[in-house]
Design a protein around this ligand. Sequence first.
Ligand SMILES: Cc1cc2nc3c(=O)[nH]c(=O)nc-3n(C[C@H](O)[C@H](O)[C@H](O)COP(=O)(O)OP(=O)(O)OC[C@H]3O[C@@H](n4cnc5c(N)ncnc54)[C@H](O)[C@@H]3O)c2cc1C
Length: 379
Amino acid sequence: MFDFTDSQLELQQRVRKFVNENIFPNLELIDKGEYQEELFKEWCKTGLVTLVAPKAVGGIELDTKSCAIVMEELGYGDVGVATGFGANNLGSYPLLISGTLEQQKQHFGPILEGKFGAFALTEPGAGSDAGAVATTAERKGDEYILNGTKCFITQGGYAIDMQSSMVVFASTDRTMGSKGLSAFLVKGGTPGIRVGKIEDKMGIRGSQTVELVIEDLHVSASSLLGEEGDGMKIAMKTLDSGRLMVAAQGVGCGQRALDLAVDYVKKQVEGVKPLAKQQAITFKIAEMEASVEAARQLVYRGAFLKDNKQPYSHHSAITKLFATEMAMNVANSAMEIMGSYGYTKESQIEKVWRDARILSIYEGTNQVQRLVISGGLLR
Ligand SMILES: Cc1cc2nc3c(=O)[nH]c(=O)nc-3n(C[C@H](O)[C@H](O)[C@H](O)COP(=O)(O)OP(=O)(O)OC[C@H]3O[C@@H](n4cnc5c(N)ncnc54)[C@H](O)[C@@H]3O)c2cc1C
């Protein structure tokens, strides 16, 4: 069921080549947050600037399985880079869910030219509870006027500087709670939206995370995606897709941690008994591989369900929970296997460990995934 076609294998090789030639030699710079624009320019040359743009607007419209392949390979290279490049997909799903052809052309135009998009939902008082969004959108004639603050927005600063396109969620009726949430297409660089705080993160420093301050931002009424009040539905469907991609990054990240550990153990032959002959180590490695492979199967099963138009929301939550906790655990085990060396930057696992930590937090924390999964079972 999960065999890759020839074109999917070619895609996998294309991304692997990119990772080997552009990510691995620059990991130190990437970790300093200094290499994002140059790297993105190289990425655009692969033809994969956004994976999900429909063919009708000039995109490559990859299926979910192919998107997962790309995200797994990028996650193997650097979870931060995968997150940053992935913003062009996360910020675009709302257009696939509710955008008209005209809105899709408007949104994908700049992104296909090689610019970053963004998805702006989270606020200081509205993370897990998206229904609490306090940013308002007031209708005045044939415009909406938006006011509020968004936080932790991936590539948000780039989307503004590059005058690209992003989706911003705001309430058109705060008395309605989550039913008053609406989604708007916003062009970066429009007066009324600017970058506030730029986050100095522990890991995934190959992506940018910023606050967006919105003050009297005027957008045309035609920027509304779907109808007023469709925002929650659009956001949740977007996150169902996004979570599969986060899980795919987790698989790549876990595989990388496993490979680093195996490589270390094979080379470590000093001492009374080489590590490769110690059962405590070899059993740990076996368990690490089993869990990476199990997560991989969940990811591609989720992609299969989505590509075959079967319900996948519940499965997506299971996959995100399992694959991201796997990545953190495998990175932790790899560091332990490497001993003190694992705690040094030279070992490389130190960065993988820091990067892996985000996976259980964004695009719905793993507590939220537990709520979704148990809610589905106990309904
Ligand atoms: C690097 C990074 C990139 C991000 N990129 C984006 C982006 O591009 N766009 C965007 O919109 N957002 C983005 N986010 C935001 C991210 O999705 C949110 O931070 C996340 O959803 C959690 O929200 P919160 O931080 O407000 O935590 P809170 O919702 O305040 O949660 C705090 C803790 O309480 C737990 N909790 C909350 N509610 C419940 C509950 N009902 N039951 C059980 N436990 C609960 C949570 O699991 C968590 O452990 C990003 C965040 C980071 C760190």
